[in-house]
Design a binder for this molecule. Structure first.
Ligand SMILES: [Zn+2]
Length: 222
């Protein structure tokens, strides 16, 4: 049987912690050629939002102005086999070392070239609470190890991977200088029963944009 698991948070406008507002308008205000009868429910919206909201993907263009924006990320990067690294039970704000990801990868059957790598920090349930910001992090050498073993896309069930207080954004740089996008705020990783799943994570393709919410979906086959 095929099981489809949503790894994305639902965005609740006005409650997302960052700017995300919907302004409902009649369809005729967007397209004067359409006919909308008085009181007819025929709506569109103006959206005002921060690009980093909810479960979102960051393109290398986030910190490297000459690198890929959302529209330039190859589709091949955004789907395919994913390995789930079980990194739960770690102290807040602790560094995840090479030995940690190596043993988690071994337990999950090994990273293969071209894998999507999701770190399950067990942090998803803290989303929206004060604890959420204290996630364990991935120093650049750990990210380099994952990249050297074939990681093409990274995701975590936390607000990020960065070394706390890093002014040079060293973990972001380790990813983006290698062309690896990052998905932040994954959820439901605990609902996966396998350490290898198929994943799709397609944001809309926008030129000149560095991040956008993304619907991340895992497919498990029995
Ligand atoms: Zn972000």
């Amino acid at each position: 049987m095929t099981k489809i698991i949503d790894l994305s948070h639902v965005i609740e406008p006005g409650k997302a912690g960052r700017k995300f507002t919907l302004e409902m308008v009649g369809a005729e205000t967007v397209n004067p050629n359409v006919i909308r009868l008085e009181n007819q429910w025929y709506i569109m919206h103006n959206i005002s939002m921060v690009s980093h909201i909810g479960t979102h993907i960051e393109a290398p263009y986030h910190i490297l102005k000459d690198q890929a924006d959302l529209a330039a990320i190859p589709l091949e990067t955004l789907m395919g086999p994913a390995i789930i690294l079980d990194l739960r039970g770690r102290a807040p704000k602790s560094a995840i070392g090479i030995d940690d990801v190596r043993s988690a990868a071994e337990r999950a059957g090994g990273i293969r070239p071209g894998d999507i790598v999701f770190g399950n920090l067990g942090w998803g349930p803290f989303y929206g609470t004060e604890r959420y910001a204290g996630n364990p992090y991935f120093p650049p050498e750990t990210i380099a190890w994952l990249a050297d073993h074939g990681m093409k896309l990274m995701g975590v069930d936390a607000g990020g991977v960065e070394v706390p207080g890093s002014e040079q954004h060293v973990s972001h740089y380790a990813l983006f200088s290698r062309g690896i996008p990052l998905i932040e705020n994954l959820t439901n990783l605990n609902r996966l029963s396998k350490s290898r799943v198929q994943v799709c994570a397609f944001p809309v393709a926008v030129h000149g944009l560095e991040a956008f919410p993304v619907r991340v979906v895992a497919v498990e086959e029995d």
